[in-house]
Design a protein around this ligand. Structure first.
Ligand SMILES: [Zn+2]
Length: 314
């Protein structure tokens, strides 16, 4: 099944509502909305991401969703929304998320967003309360580059600046472990207990970045950030692939495939998943261009979020 290509051009034939309602015309047939599923070890990434349309990636095991898109129902039980920026294809579902959680009796949802977005988001919720006739409980936490938010014990979300809007953010979800310092490796259990009692610091803090998400971004040195470079999975946008689309990438502050060799240099990610592909380029073509653009070692770590093999057929 091929997805209908959506272009900016206006096609009057599509206004034939009767035809749309018969579901006979393959051009206007309603598609069931399916999330793409990618398994990376014990984590599930369930998402939908098409430039300008919607971007949302849920990781249920970490209780986070990277951007909320239009808030698919699978995102509702997730307690932490990590919002990269305010463009509607990433943020439209914020009000619905809080309203629908309230309706379903799910408490304690939080949206982490750039500090400068908190006030407009509060105003959005106020406006929605006026429209709905009642207000829904909601919580926004303002974040800035390098700041951490504790998702649960030993798991945190770290924000970092990205090159898309003045206030756009990426997020890395990091597991924190405490490992025994090497100099104490040969001590027995009781000896370690005694050392601890004397106030000796016998462990060191180790960060294990699990998933890093760049949101929308132009080219930047993300591999300088250890929690991006070393994340087990990297979710990276690459909107444009056509050589003629370099100008569009620059204008919208997005990545073009020509930027990827430099941006991915030095990354150690086990898996790299491309999000936010434009509908102007089909996936097979994008894959062909990607293969040519990257060294084999990098190409082999990459897949497209919206690849059909990740979409579970019913
Ligand atoms: Zn954007």
């Amino acid at each position: 099944m091929r997805r209908p290509r959506v272009s900016g051009s206006f096609r009057p034939a599509r206004l034939d509502l009767t035809a749309a309602l018969t579901y006979d015309d393959p051009l206007v047939r309603t598609r069931t909305y399916q999330l793409s599923l990618v398994k990376v070890d014990d984590l599930t990434l369930a998402g939908y991401s098409v430039a300008g349309e919607e971007s949302v990636v849920i990781v249920p095991e970490l209780d986070v969703v990277f951007d909320i898109g239009k808030c698919p129902r699978e995102a509702l039980p997730i307690n932490h929304v990590l919002l990269s920026h305010g463009h509607m294809d990433h943020a439209a579902g914020v009000a619905y998320y809080f309203s629908q959680r309230d309706f379903q009796g799910i408490a304690d949802g939080v949206v982490l967003a750039a500090r400068s977005l908190v006030e407009p988001l509060e105003r959005l919720m106020e406006a929605v309360a006026g429209v709905e006739g009642h207000s829904s409980p909601h919580r926004f936490v303002g974040m800035a580059h390098g700041e951490d938010y504790e998702i649960r014990r030993s798991l945190l979300a770290r924000a970092f600046s990205t090159q898309h809007l003045g206030n756009s953010l990426g997020f890395s979800v990091i597991e924190v472990r405490h490992k025994l310092k090497e100099e104490f490796a040969d001590r027995t259990g009781p000896q370690l207990v005694a050392l601890k009692k004397r106030g000796v610091e016998i462990t060191r803090r180790v960060e294990l970045p699990l998933v890093a998400y760049l949101g929308d971004t132009a080219k930047a040195n993300y591999s300088d950030l250890p929690y991006v470079r070393g994340a087990k999975t990297l979710l990276i946008e690459c909107t444009f692939f056509d050589p003629e689309h370099v100008g569009r990438a620059r204008a919208g502050r997005h990545l073009h495939v020509a930027d990827l060799p430099e941006v991915l240099e030095g990354t150690e990610n086990q898996r790299i998943i491309i999000t936010h592909l434009t509908r102007r380029t089909n996936l097979a073509e994008a894959r062909r261009i990607l293969k040519k653009a990257l060294p084999k070692e990098t190409y082999e770590r990459i897949s497209f979020l919206m690849s059909w093999r990740h979409v579970q057929e019913e």
